[in-house]
Design a protein around this ligand. Structure first.
Ligand code: 4NP
Length: 149
């Protein structure tokens, strides 16, 4: 799960997807394309909305996406089109590129809808983002359970 800062959207996506999958069979992680927040825990508003939904993301630490992630992970979900371009720019080959998709295309196929960045927005932006990610992760979890790598 990849966004810009790895403090708002992708930590939520990581927590939500991990809550829907068995950790014996799946590894879920998140990262940011930017380096501004490396080592920081998620934004308090993301921690709070996750907690309201029974998910603890408070122990996560922000890290930067690297080309190594193409080797380590089978699927890479970008939160928005800018993240997608930044990830693709690091891809070493076509196989790596094919691992990357926009997360909301799981819900709205080929529509290229962004998960809005809630960082500078209103408080309820985090709830809206949570609900979008929960719906998308439900679809992803069903697919992965039916077709694990
Ligand atoms: P995220 O949100 O990409 O969902 O973690 C952001 C967090 C911080 C900044 C931008 C986006 N920032 O510019 O510091």
């Amino acid at each position: 799960m990849v966004c810009l800062g790895n403090i708002c959207r992708s930590p939520l996506a990581e927590g939500i997807l991990a809550s829907k999958l068995s950790s014996d069979h799946f590894t879920v992680d998140s990262a940011g394309t930017g380096n501004y927040h490396i080592g920081k825990k998620p934004d308090s508003r993301s921690i709070q909305v996750a907690q309201l939904n029974g998910i603890d993301i408070s122990k996560q630490k922000a890290r930067q996406f690297t080309a190594q992630d193409f080797d380590d992970y089978d699927y890479i979900f970008a939160m928005d089109g800018s993240n997608l371009q930044n990830i693709l720019a690091l891809a070493p080959n076509l196989k790596a590129k094919e691992k990357v998709t926009l997360i909301l295309n799981e819900l709205f196929e080929n529509e290229n809808v962004d998960v809005p960045d809630p960082y500078f927005g209103l408080e309820n932006g985090f709830e809206i983002v949570y609900n979008m990610l929960d719906e998308a992760c439900e679809v992803i979890a069903k697919k992965l359970k039916n077709n694990p790598k």
